[in-house]
Design a protein around this ligand. Structure first.
Ligand code: FAD
Ligand code: NAD
Length: 479
């Protein structure tokens, strides 16, 4: 006997749970299957983002930032805090509490919206049937759906020279759970995870070496911002070694020996822990029966069109498992779009305005095109820049590193990209996203009133600076 649903979603991460909630809100009888369990074996909702990604990493980034503030910067502003120390188990336990609150919140949202949560594994069969194997040991059930949304997410990439071990060579999940600060920490990959988790443990006292294969630092970011960020992060103690090829990592006598090559030859370092953070890959193992009708693309992602439709009728895929940036908010927007399209509405996801944030301190955030991309495309553009060192609010907060850079089309003045290195860059870039969604020009942004004193004024001033009209800095000569 099969159970019937309007929609079955596989995966309850930010892409899947958002899709399920929106489907239920739109009146569809919806079930969402997820197989994740926590360290105690309890079923949890929220996927990578809530359990092992965005949220726990930010809990540790915020806690470690506060430690650095108290230890290194309180004295500058007239606060004598005495000796400050770190209680790693407590910090980790608090992070777990934050995670628990939020994953429990998804259960509450499912209940409140009438989504049926099914804890176990789902596999797509032919004709929109889904085989559900519950965690509780019950028999496999066949669910019949009018529509299926696949949102199984992604998992860390592993590399042969550095095979993971129980607790010394770890991926990002292991790096969120160290029970003490390693004296020496190696990180393979100077991408988002390498910089964020490298920063956490560096702030807490670890000596951190980051080995990055590419010669260029953060090639996806604006060159100027990447250059300034590297300088600041290096100044904080991250030893970032570009152009390195890791050739081996082996546990010997309780430590990890890492060998790598660069242009100067072969090297070896010994570290107490090694984090492998070289990217994530789509998670499609045991997801599809051979006759499901869904295909993969050449990189192993589920193949979808712009509307997240797979090759099987009424089967959609969203989030990290499909092309595009592996970001929670991108997956959420796709999930909501699919739910609304099933209900007969016609929304689209605007992939041109996906914000990117790296939660180092200062934060690095951007939306739209970089200057190097525009140059390569032969586009004409104008730039406005404003340093936080000239922001009253940043000075008041003793947090003045970085800048805002606004790039606008030379002819139409339409904003093409905004790049922020600085305090609260993640919040500031949201204003740039809104501006770009409404096709604003730099002049439009300049004409809007911003509260004083705020960090956001740096965006306002940079927008004014595009035409040489910034007030609180001397403009480069323009008409
Ligand atoms: P996931 O969140 O991976 O969820 C997929 C779910 O589906 C999982 O629970 C999985 O168990 C389940 N599943 C898979 N297959 C099956 C199956 N066959 N049956 C049943 N269930 C199944 N992104 C940001 O935007 N901001 C950040 O700050 C950020 N920080 C991050 C920090 C770290 C350390 C990591 C690792 C990632 C971070 N990300 C961040 C990325 C973000 O976590 C992902 O982009 C996001 O979780 C993807 O959402 P998703 O719903 O596609 O998949
Ligand atoms: P990434 O793609 O951001 O960075 C991986 C880095 O590892 C790259 O710089 C790459 O050149 C390097 N690399 C690859 N193979 C290597 C090797 N063999 N030796 C040395 N370096 C190597 O991937 P990530 O940092 O693992 O993050 C995975 C995904 O999770 C990203 O797509 C990211 O979008 C997402 N994420 C987002 C956030 C955020 O939004 N703040 C935070 C964490 C993760």
């Amino acid at each position: 006997m099969s159970e019937n649903y309007d929609v079955v979603v596989i995966g309850a991460g930010p892409a899947g749970y958002a899709a399920a909630i929106r489907c239920a809100q739109l009146g569809m009888n919806t079930a969402c299957i997820d197989k994740s369990v926590d360290n105690d074996g309890n079923a949890v909702l929220g996927g990578t983002c809530l359990n092992w990604g965005c949220i726990p990493s930010k809990a540790l980034l915020d806690a470690s930032h506060k430690y650095v503030e108290a230890q290194q910067h309180f004295a500058d502003i007239g606060i004598n805090a005495g000796e400050v120390s770190v209680d790693v188990p407590k910090m980790i336990a608090r992070k777990e509490e934050v995670v628990k609150g939020l994953t429990g919140g998804i259960s509450g949202l499912f209940k409140g919206n009438g989504v049926t949560a099914l804890h176990g594994t789902g596999k797509l069969l032919a004709n929109r049937q889904v085989a559900f194997k519950p965690h509780d040991g019950g028999d496999e059930q066949i669910l019949q759906a009018e529509h299926v949304i696949l949102a199984p997410g992604s998992v860390p990439v592993e590399i042969p020279p550095a095979p993971l071990t129980d607790d010394l060579i770890v991926d990002s999940t292991g790096a969120l759970n160290f029970d003490a600060v390693p004296e020496k920490l190696g990180v393979i990959g100077a991408g988002v995870i390498g910089l964020e988790l490298g920063s956490v443990w560096n702030r807490l006292g670890a000596e951190v070496v980051v080995l990055e294969a590419l010669e260029e630092f953060l090639p996806m970011a604006d060159e100027r911002i990447a250059r300034d960020a590297k300088k600041l992060l290096t100044g904080q103690g991250l030893d970032i070694r570009l152009g390195t090829l890791v050739t081996g990592a082996e546990v010997k006598d309780g430590v990890v020996q890492v060998t790598y090559q660069d242009k100067d030859g072969d090297h070896e370092i010994t570290v107490d822990k090694l984090i492998v953070a070289v990217g994530r890959r789509p998670y499609t193992e045991n997801l599809l029966a051979s006759d499901s009708g869904v295909n993969l693309d050449e990189r192993g992602f589920l193949y979808v069109n712009d509307l997240c439709q797979t090759d099987a009728p009424n089967v959609y895929a969203v989030g990290d498992v499909v092309r595009g940036p592996m970001l929670a908010h991108k997956g959420t927007e796709e999930g909501v779009m699919v739910a609304e399209r099933i209900a007969g509405f016609k929304p689209l996801v605007n992939y041109e305005t996906v914000p990117n944030v790296i939660y180092t301190h200062p934060e690095i955030a951007w939306v739209g095109k970089t200057e190097q991309q525009l140059k390569a495309d032969g586009e004409s553009y104008n730039i406005g820049q404003f340093p936080f060192a000239a922001s009253g609010r940043a000075l008041a907060a003793n947090d003045t590193q970085g800048m805002v850079k606004v790039i606008a089309d030379a002819e139409s003045d339409r904003i093409l990209g905004v790049h922020v290195l600085g305090p609260q860059a993640s919040e500031i870039v949201a204003q740039a996203v809104i501006s770009m969604e409404f096709d604003a020009s730099a002049e439009d942004l300049g004409l809007i009133m911003f509260a004083h004193p705020t960090l956001s004024e740096a965006l306002h001033e940079a927008a004014l600076g595009v035409a040489g009209h910034a007030i609180h800095m001397v403009n480069r000569k323009r008409k």
